[in-house]
Write a protein that binds this ligand. Structure first.
Ligand SMILES: [Zn+2]
Length: 635
């Protein structure tokens, strides 16, 4: 939006109705909220026992006498699915004026609870226990806890979440501190009362807390600030190297340069460092819920592999929260989201989060070609792409995010629209640069898409046509045909000309790719995907087999455990040397495997040696990747 005149016309157009017809628009929001500005519901979260995995929610909800339905949030923004965790809700108790009321769960919508409100009642007490931890969903450890308010509230059914008002409070464990973007905190003893907010803002404002914490101011200008609030299981993990802290500060100025404006006032990157909680990132307007392992800040390999975590979520404040697909944005948390446009929301953001991490110096910009080789090869050699277009992965995202199971390379995964999205948006960037003789880039599109003027958090929706229109304004091109080819139709390969346009080509050789290595070492896995066609866990158990590869042809399958290689006990290093030696050998690689209680021998007729992807410069061409990844922030 360097072209601010365009913006004035655009805002009107972009605020076009989010719904196809008025019937759909009203669906699910037919009720008027009794919790209003000035008479909000109160939410007191007693978190004093968080370290044993328990919190206690005490709500007082304005009501009217008669039948009432309360709902527990189901569709969670940023998680892109019906992931509201019903398993955390226990010991639900409703009462009015000291009298217990019998509630009943709806027998079709399990997120809805019915109760009859007695005459003369204006406020309903709703109390429940919040069970913080489940398998694969750890929200609290001895020293750290994450509060996602959607887990701790119920609200009047069929209301709009921007018309339900709430006044949240938290009672902290002794000696713990907290971080959140919630406004106007007022602390007394261990209790913190926040200002009144809409339900939409409450659920958009997670709170991290912990025994060991560190606040790092990253940026300020006038009365606007950006900071990182870190909470660690172990105090020694808070010692961020000064150079890395500077790079994280740079990421703020890089993002401001990328977009040209901001749509937040006080931004809090909330970061937990805990192996028990694990890896996750969820975006919000003025904060992000970032979860890294213990050594996320102190182990350079972790930064190399996942150094885009904070910048990815930060970029979402513009792309995802401020600018949002028209059919993803919903009026309350029970209405299903449609996720087809995640190829913009997440796909473009994967490119931008990576780009910011390299431009800021969180990762070395010289390593971007190696990173690209890593993701290009992964997408290019995924068998499922031969039948399934990328749009199917975004449309199915609410289910794909949580799908486990074998042969994920045949089914494709939710990760694909991130990874392939990055390649598609890199291609778009190189097309803009080439067609404008280097005068414009995707940065110019982003200024128009999510840039000036600065605003407070708000949502401006878009559709596919508007994205293509804005790209066309940045650089004329058949953008509709471009996305049809790479997103909406089966595409045999990811964009094939972006690397060449940028002055690089993909090659395979026996040297491991640095990013493959960072990923496999973080996950304790071994991959020989581009040679034998298998992915393994540390103990030699097969995670996936690539269709058409030597391992596939030999009949191997996920779940098999390699016991011996050419009659020698399994060892990751020995497998590597067997693959290396395959070039000189006429005999196949022989694997003894255990499958359940059965043993079998599989002969892999492979003679290509180790194969790992890299990018190589095309001589005599300009290096566009260096220009893209160079710092853009004002010196
Ligand atoms: Zn994202």
């Amino acid at each position: 939006m360097k072209r601010s005149l365009l913006l004035i016309g655009l805002v009107v157009a972009l605020n076009a109705p989010a719904f196809a017809d008025s019937e759909t628009a009203n669906q699910g929001t037919t009720a008027v909220s009794f919790a209003t500005a000035g008479n909000p519901m109160t939410v007191v979260l007693d978190a004093r026992q968080a370290s044993r995995g328990l919190m206690f929610a005490h709500l007082a909800i304005p009501v009217r006498p008669g039948p009432l339905t309360l709902v527990y949030p189901k569709w969670i923004p940023g998680e892109h699915g019906p992931t509201g965790p019903l398993h955390v809700l226990a010991s639900l108790h409703m009462s009015a004026a000291g009298h217990a009321l019998q509630w009943r769960r709806d027998d079709v919508d399990l997120y809805a609870f019915h109760v009859d409100v007695p005459a003369g009642t204006s406020s309903l007490n709703v109390d429940f226990d919040v069970l913080m931890n489940a398998e694969g969903d750890t929200m609290a450890t001895k020293n750290v806890a994450i509060v996602n308010w959607n887990r701790n509230v119920m609200y009047q059914a069929n209301t709009r979440s921007d018309e339900v008002f709430a006044k949240p409070s938290i009672i902290l464990p002794e000696d713990w501190s907290y971080g959140t973007a919630l406004p106007n905190p007022s602390a007394s003893g261990g209790r913190v009362d926040f200002g009144e907010v809409t339900l939409e803002t409450l659920i958009d404002s997670p709170l991290d807390m912990g025994r060991f914490s560190k606040r790092i101011a990253r940026w300020s200008s006038g009365d606007a600030t950006a900071e990182t609030d870190i909470f660690a299981d172990n105090p020694q993990d808070l010692h961020i190297p000064p150079k890395l802290a500077q790079a994280y500060a740079n990421a703020v100025t890089e993002a401001l340069a990328l977009y040209g404006a901001r749509h937040w006032q006080h931004y809090h990157a909330l970061l937990t460092l805990s192996d028990a909680i694990g890896f996750q990132g969820i975006e919000h307007h003025q904060s992000s819920d970032d979860r890294g392992p213990d050594d996320f800040l102190t182990n350079p390999m972790k930064q190399l592999g996942s150094g885009d975590l904070l910048s990815h979520e930060f970029s979402h404040s513009w792309n995802g929260k401020y600018r949002r697909p028209y059919d993803l944005q919903q009026l309350n948390f029970q209405i299903p989201e449609r996720t087809d446009l995640l190829w913009v929301y997440e796909g473009m953001n994967q490119y931008l989060g990576d780009l910011l991490s390299f431009r800021a110096g969180i990762r070395d910009p010289k390593k971007y070609p190696e990173y690209l080789a890593h993701i290009y090869a992964a997408m290019d050699q995924e068998p499922g792409r031969q039948d399934e277009p990328l749009i199917d992965t975004t449309t199915a995202a609410p289910w794909l995010y949580s799908s486990g199971g074998q042969y994920s390379s045949l089914r494709r995964t939710a990760g694909d629209f991130y990874t392939e999205g990055e390649l598609i948006w890199l291609d778009a960037d190189t097309i803009i640069r080439e067609r404008t003789g280097g005068k414009r880039s995707l940065d110019d599109f982003l200024h128009a898409f999510a840039g000036p003027p600065n605003t407070m958090p708000k949502v401006v929706t878009y559709d596919r046509a508007q994205v293509e229109q804005l790209l066309g304004d940045t650089a004329p091109y058949d953008w509709h045909g471009f996305f049809t080819r790479y997103v909406y139709q089966v595409s045999e390969h990811p964009p094939t000309d972006d690397l060449a346009r940028a002055g690089w080509k993909l090659v395979y050789n026996g040297t491991p790719n640095e990013f493959d290595k960072a990923r496999t070492s973080a996950r304790h896995t071994t991959d020989h995907w581009y040679s034998l066609g298998i992915r393994l866990t540390a103990d030699g158990t097969v995670r996936d087999v690539k269709r058409g590869s030597a391992a596939w042809t030999a009949g191997m399958s996920p779940g098999m455990k390699i016991v011996a290689i050419d009659h020698q006990a399994y060892d990751a290093d020995y497998l590597e040397s067997a693959i290396k030696d395959s070039t000189h050998s006429k005999s196949p690689v022989s694997l003894l495997v255990e499958q359940d209680k059965w043993f079998g021998t599989y002969s892999l007729n492979y003679h290509g040696g180790l194969q790992f992807p890299h990018l190589e410069r095309i001589k005599g061409t300009p290096d566009m990747l260096a220009a893209i990844m160079a710092p853009h922030r004002p010196k």
